[in-house]
Structure formats: structure tokens, C-alpha cells
Design a protein around this ligand. Structure first.
Ligand code: PBG
Length: 346
């Protein structure tokens, strides 16, 4: 039967002529569950978390309601809960006081720096949870860029990679399970892999922010860390939102340089990129459901304009359907709770 027959408009006979009826498979909740193509599980989730100096404090991030900067003591308590919910990994981001920032991000490889001490403490308190550390200079630089900047404002690639390598080594020494370069300098994955191997950290994995776009969706995150660039933008290192083939080029390079997992960021406006990357590689593909994507859903939900839970699940499922094996999301905790309750529903 051709598709023309299917759609022909014979007023009297149209229903009796139909042999193919896709709706049959949608009739009951059980059946819908059985033919469902994509399933979101707690194993897919990575929870980004913010740590700050001090004690006994948690401060909500204004533009990311429900997300907090925690001092280490409270962070550890939170991570215990997160692990009990079944979430296997967290991605750690530090809030660095202005006084510790400089032009070259030297605090980033301080063996007793905030990230290093936090990683050690987490690996003691909850050893099973995977700790993923971010590799980029921006939380540590006075100018807020992810690289070393010359007097003309140019971001210097190779001198930046040298700092990134020191940062990776100090995080590995502290016990990081996986390092995640999010800076978009050329050649950093290879340089980090070589240095880690040379120092005996052969099992420290690299989650590469391979296709990271220069995106306006990072705004709330930069509020969270006070890390917005003080001049210019990140367009000379992060990718142009209009490019797809270039994403594959970046992914190919990171794989050749030794990445274990490749990532696309942001996620929601880049589902096509996730899908293309997935078709290109056999490596696990991660997607970062970034701060602006989170903030949009929260804001609409707080106004009563959308059904928050359903929109969250629909959004994360779309990323999974596009090809993401792993999703970094500020919704991780909420979703883990929702998934516990979801069995038996339609
Ligand atoms: C830093 C970094 C950023 C994010 C993760 N790591 C911001 C940026 O590149 O400016 C954004 C995460 C988010 O928006 O949720 N290199």
C-alpha cells in the first residue's frame, strides 16, 4: 500500500481502509512503556556542584533557583545524599575569592587550593562517587578569561595549555577520577593526557568539552562563580553557534589526543550536534544541560507557565534521544527523585 492510499480522502471508507494504525501501540500505558525507544535513568546523570571557602554556609545562586554554592562541610553532606539517590558522579566548580585571582591563574594548581582540598575530602567521605574536576582558568583569573591574555587582549594558546597541564596534575594528585578541560584551547587534551601518563596517572580519565560553543546560555553560571569576562568575549576560543562540521573536527582531534568521553555544550540548542557526534564516534557522548537552560525552565515554572517536572523529563529525554549517553544537569537531584517515583506511570 502506498502512502497515497493511506492518506486518500474517501469520506465513507477511510477508516475501514486503514491497515496500518500506529495508534494501536499507544493505547495502554504498559504498551507505551514496552515500545518506548529512549529511557532516562539515574545512571545517565552527572551533577555539577559549586564549592566556596568558609564553613557552615550555603548561598542560593540568584539566577539558578535551587542551586547553591556550598562550603566544604555542607557540600559533603549534600554529596552523601546525592550518592544515595543513585547519582554516580559530580562535576565540581570552585568559587575563588578575588584576592586569590591573578592574571595567570596560579591558584588553579595550588596543591592546597579549594578544588584540591575539596576533592580530597570528597574522596574520603564518599569514595564511591566519581569526582570530575573542571580544567579552565576562568574561575582563577582576574580578567575572567579561560586563558593567559597578552597586553593586546589576545588569548595565548600554548602558554595557557602549560597552566592547564599543571592544573590537571594537581587535581589528579588530589584524587580526581576524571578531569574535564572546558577551555577550548588547541591541543590541551593531548598535553594533559601525556602529562598524566608521565606522572603515573594512567587511569585518570579525560572528559573533553570537545564542541563547546560561545553561548549566551552560560550567563547564570558566570553569576554563580563571578567569572564573567571583564573585557571582550570568548569568541576566539569557544565555537561559533552556527557551525556543525567544525564540531566534528574538534571531536576528531580530542579523540586522537586521548579523550575518553567527548562532550557537546550547551545541549538543548545543539541537539543536532549531539546527534552528529554520536553518529561519528563510538566513545560515550556527554551533553551539558547548561545554566541558562536550567534557569529558563525554573523561571517559567515559578510563574506557573509550564509543568516543571514534565518539561524537565521531556528536555532531558530529548538529549538522550539525540544520542547523549551522559547528561550534566543541575536537575540531576530532582530527576533522580522523580525517576524513583515514575515506575508504573505512563
Ligand atoms: C568554564 C565553564 C563555563 C561553564 C562550564 N565551565 C562557563 C564559560 O565557559 O564561560 C558553563 C556551565 C553552565 O553554563 O552551566 N570554562
Amino acid at each position: 500500500m502506498t502512502s497515497e492510499n493511506l492518506t486518500s480522502n474517501n469520506a465513507n471508507q477511510v477508516s475501514t481502509n486503514l491497515i496500518l494504525r500506529p495508534r494501536r501501540l499507544r493505547r495502554t500505558a504498559t504498551l507505551r512503556r514496552m515500545v518506548r525507544e529512549t529511557t532516562l535513568t539515574v545512571d545517565d546523570l552527572i551533577y555539577p556542584m559549586f564549592v566556596m571557602e568558609g564553613e557552615e554556609q550555603k548561598v542560593e545562586i540568584a539566577s539558578m533557583s535551587g542551586c547553591y554554592r556550598y562550603t566544604l562541610d555542607l557540600l559533603l553532606k549534600e554529596i552523601e545524599q546525592v550518592y544515595q539517590l543513585g547519582i554516580g558522579a559530580i562535576a565540581l566548580f570552585p568559587v575563588i575569592p578575588e584576592a586569590k585571582k591573578d592574571d595567570t591563574a596560579s591558584e588553579s594548581y595550588n596543591p592546597d587550593g579549594l578544588v584540591q582540598l575539596t576533592v580530597k575530602a570528597i574522596k574520603q567521605a564518599v569514595p564511591e562517587i566519581l569526582v570530575i574536576t573542571d580544567i579552565a582558568l576562568d574561575p582563577f583569573t582576574t580578567h575572567g578569561h579561560d586563558g593567559i591574555v597578552d597586553e593586546k587582549g589576545v588569548i595565548l594558546n600554548d602558554p595557557t595549555v602549560e597552566v592547564l597541564v599543571k592544573m590537571a596534575l594537581s587535581q589528579a594528585a588530589a584524587g580526581a577520577d576524571m578531569v574535564a578541560p572546558s577551555d577550548m584551547m588547541d591541543g590541551r587534551v593531548g598535553a594533559i593526557r601525556q602529562a598524566l601518563d608521565a606522572e603515573g596517572y594512567v587511569d585518570v580519565r579525560i572528559l573533553a568539552y570537545s564542541a563547546k560553543y560561545a553561548s549566551a546560555y552560560y550567563g547564570p553560571f558566570r553569576d554563580a562563580l563571578d567569572s564573567a569576562p571583564r573585557f571582550g568575549d570568548k569568541n576566539t576560543y569557544q565555537m561559533d553557534a552556527a557551525n556543525a562540521r567544525e564540531a566534528i573536527k574538534e571531536v576528531a582531534l580530542d579523540i586522537a589526543e586521548g579523550a575518553d568521553i567527548v562532550m557537546v555544550k550547551p545541549a538543548l540548542a545543539y541537539l543536532d550536534i549531539i546527534s552528529q557526534v554520536k553518529n561519528y564516534t563510538h566513545l560515550p557522548v556527554a551533553a551539558y544541560n547548561v545554566s541558562g537552560e536550567y534557569a529558563m525552565i525554573k523561571a517559567a515554572a515559578q510563574n506557573g507557565w509550564i509543568d516543571e517536572k514534565r518539561v524537565i523529563l521531556e528536555t532531558l529525554t530529548s538529549m538522550k534521544r539525540a544520542g547523549a549517553d551522559l547528561i550534566l544537569t543541575y536537575f540531576a537531584k530532582e530527576v533522580a527523585l522523580m525517576l524513583m517515583q515514575v515506575v508504573g506511570q505512563n
